[in-house]
Design a protein around this ligand. Structure first.
Ligand SMILES: Cc1cc2nc3c(=O)[nH]c(=O)nc-3n(C[C@H](O)[C@H](O)[C@H](O)COP(=O)(O)O)c2cc1C
Length: 155
């Protein structure tokens, strides 16, 4: 299967999880690309005002994984903008994950995932699985491995 891991990552945490996921998918025999979303105004808080410098073409993938950081108890505006404006084919299979600094999912991770879920519903995407990685958790590595395994099983 051809898998696209679509990532917004400023300080590298989300990208680190994406790279681990990619390694696992390759071991499972899939074709995998990481596509980074980059914005000129990465700190913009209003999704509709985000301006992207790099817009990945994602229609060629059979399965999409979206990965993004939590910003201000919500999904990063850059990912919110990309997912909302992107002309993704209806019924495409997707999974989503977020990374957040705080140790508990209710401190932004859950809210960000809910946002991703509602974008998927509005785009008629088939959302298969979601995962949250809490970066400051003392069990961070375990959480990364659990998220990777969870997402890996969905493909
Ligand atoms: C402006 C801003 C707001 C943030 N808000 C939250 C938050 O509400 N909850 C949280 O747990 N982490 C928050 N974080 C931390 C990031 O979600 C976390 O460090 C994430 O793993 C960064 O991912 P990246 O390295 O891929 O950019 C925030 C970071 C920034 C820069």
């Amino acid at each position: 299967m051809k898998i696209g891991i679509i990532v917004h990552s400023k300080t590298g945490n989300t990208l680190q999880v994406a790279k681990k996921l990619k390694k696992n998918f390759i071991a499972d025999g899939h074709l995998v690309n990481i596509e980074e979303i980059i914005a000129i105004n990465d700190d913009e808080r209003e999704p509709s005002k985000v301006r992207l410098t790099k817009v990945p073409i994602i229609n060629e993938y059979d399965f999409l994984i979206f990965g993004a950081p939590v910003r201000g108890f919500a999904l990063s505006p850059v990912m919110a903008f990309f997912m909302t404006q992107s002309s993704i084919l209806h019924n495409k299979k997707v999974s989503c994950f977020v990374t957040q600094f705080f140790p508990f999912p209710w401190m932004g991770g859950k809210q960000a995932i809910e946002q991703m879920k509602s974008i998927c519903v509005s785009k008629k995407l088939d959302l298969i699985e979601t995962a949250i990685v809490n970066w400051s958790s003392i069990r961070r590595n375990k959480k990364i491995n659990e998220a990777v395994e969870k997402l890996r099983r969905t493909v």
